[in-house]
Structure formats: structure tokens, C-alpha cells
Design a protein around this ligand. Structure first.
Ligand SMILES: N[C@@H](CCC(=O)N[C@@H](CS)C(=O)NCC(=O)O)C(=O)O
Length: 242
């Protein structure tokens, strides 16, 4: 049995991390059973989640997990796509992960009110009097990572303008198709779905929620994917935003 190391459900979503949700989706798209383990962060080989244990083979990083599943189980999660569609899917995935994701991180971790509504809850397991110290350290680490990536150096207004370009691009690329590249999901749908679901959760008051909600095709896509792949979350509070 494959074990995937996760943070667990938060904000009405299957996982607090879009990368973990993506990896869970990839496992579902590959038709593989898995179990979740929420206690793996301290032993994470790269200090991040997700990572996976497949009969003793440890794979850390959601995209490397994809490659592992495709290689070990002989499946092509982009089956049926031509080279240009594969290239577009890859570029869109990396736009979500390396650009849009950081706007979501900034909105949640740098804004005090949003931090209190979301990430602060991750530290409830830390006993007093350590909790505020650990919380401050981790928050500082996340802020430093967002600064190093670059998006956090902009004013919030510029950051949001840049992220809204990504959101509009996703909506335009999806169009009226059920999935990013057509009638069937491809690997990048795992990322796009988890990104859109995270953008739409009403837990956070962010300037990215309304620009996402304004695209009925993105909302319908999120709803469709959630109903199909995570039906246990289809009625959660995160789905109210649509
Ligand atoms: N490139 C990695 C990114 C994973 C990632 O950034 N995970 C974050 C949560 S969204 C994490 O585990 N952060 C914990 C930390 O930095 O301490 C992937 O695709 O899996």
C-alpha cells in the first residue's frame, strides 16, 4: 500500500497544502489506492510535504511523485495529448506552482487576519509556552521563502495584479472544456484543480477570491472535480464560495 504524507484537511479542503492535494489527485488519476499519514513532516526528506512511501521507495516532491507513478505503474497521465498540449499543460502547472502559489502563501501568511484564520491553526498541536515561539519562527521562515521567491517583495496590490493574470489565464485556457486540455483530465489538472480550490476557499479574505469566483468556468471545474475525486468534501464550507 502506498502511504502519502500529508498535513490533513483544513479550510474545508482535502489538505492544507495545494501540493499535497495535487499528489492525492495524481494517485487518484493513476487509479492507485493510498493511505494518508499526517505525522511525516519532521521526517520529510526535503523538509516539505508531500512525500510518498511506495513499498519502501521514498519519493519527495509532488512532480517527482508523478514521475514515479508513471514509471513504476506504466501509466502516462498525459495520455492522448499531443506535444504542444503536453507543453502547455506543463507550463500551466509550473505557473500555478512557481508563481500563483506564492501569492496564496503571501495572502495567508503575511496578512495577520488571514494568518489567524488559517495557518495559526497548524500550531495548535504545539504545547505552551512553545507555541508562540514556534509560530513566529515558522512564519518568519515562510516570509523569507516568499521574499526569496520574489513575489513578496512587491506591494500587495502589485502582487495581486500579477496573480490575477494567472487566474485569468487559467480561466481562458480552460474555456468551456471539462478539463484543462479537453474531455479527460491530464496530470496538470491535479495542480490546476488544487490551486483553484485553494483560491476559492472562503476561509480567507483575500483579493484573489473574487477574481477567481468571477470565472464561472473555474468554479464549475472546481465543483466537478471535487464531486468526482473528493466527494466527501463536495458539501464542505469551502464549496460555498461558488
Ligand atoms: N516542490 C514541492 C513543494 C512542496 C511544498 O512547498 N510544500 C509546503 C506546503 S505547501 C511545505 O511542506 N512546507 C513546509 C515547510 O516549508 O516547512 C512539491 O511539489 O511537492
Amino acid at each position: 500500500m502506498i502511504t502519502i504524507y500529508t498535513f490533513g484537511p483544513y479550510f474545508g479542503l482535502p489538505d492544507a497544502s495545494p501540493f499535497v492535494m495535487k499528489a492525492m489527485m495524481l494517485l487518484k488519476l493513476a487509479g492507485l489506492e493510498y493511505r494518508e499519514d499526517r505525522g511525516g513532516l519532521r521526517r520529510a526528506p526535503k523538509g516539505k510535504l508531500p512525500y510518498l512511501d511506495d513499498a519502501g521507495t521514498i519519493v519527495a516532491d509532488s512532480t517527482l511523485i508523478r514521475f514515479h507513478l508513471e514509471e513504476k505503474y506504466g501509466t502516462d497521465l498525459d495520455a492522448g495529448l499531443d506535444p504542444a498540449q503536453r507543453a502547455t499543460a506543463w507550463a500551466v502547472e509550473k505557473m500555478c506552482e512557481e508563481h500563483l502559489y506564492w501569492a496564496v502563501v503571501a495572502a495567508r501568511w503575511l496578512d495577520d487576519a488571514n494568518f489567524a484564520k488559517g495557518p495559526a491553526g497548524f500550531f495548535e498541536v504545539v504545547p505552551w509556552p512553545l507555541r508562540p515561539i514556534v509560530e513566529r519562527l515558522v512564519r518568519r521562515k515562510v516570509a523569507a521563502a516568499a521574499w526569496a521567491q520574489g513575489l513578496a517583495r512587491h506591494t500587495p496590490a502589485d502582487r495581486d495584479r500579477l496573480a490575477i493574470r494567472d487566474i485569468d489565464a487559467l480561466a481562458a485556457l480552460l474555456g468551456e472544456k471539462p478539463f484543462l486540455t479537453g474531455e479527460h483530465p491530464c496530470a496538470a489538472d491535479a495542480t490546476v484543480f488544487s490551486s483553484v480550490a485553494h483560491l476559492l476557499t472562503p476561509t480567507f479574505d483575500t483579493p484573489l477570491l473574487e477574481p477567481t469566483r468571477m470565472h464561472p468556468n473555474l468554479v464549475a471545474y472546481r465543483d466537478r472535480m471535487m464531486r468526482t475525486y473528493f466527494p466527501e468534501f463536495a458539501e464542505s464550507e469551502a464549496m460555498v464560495a461558488g
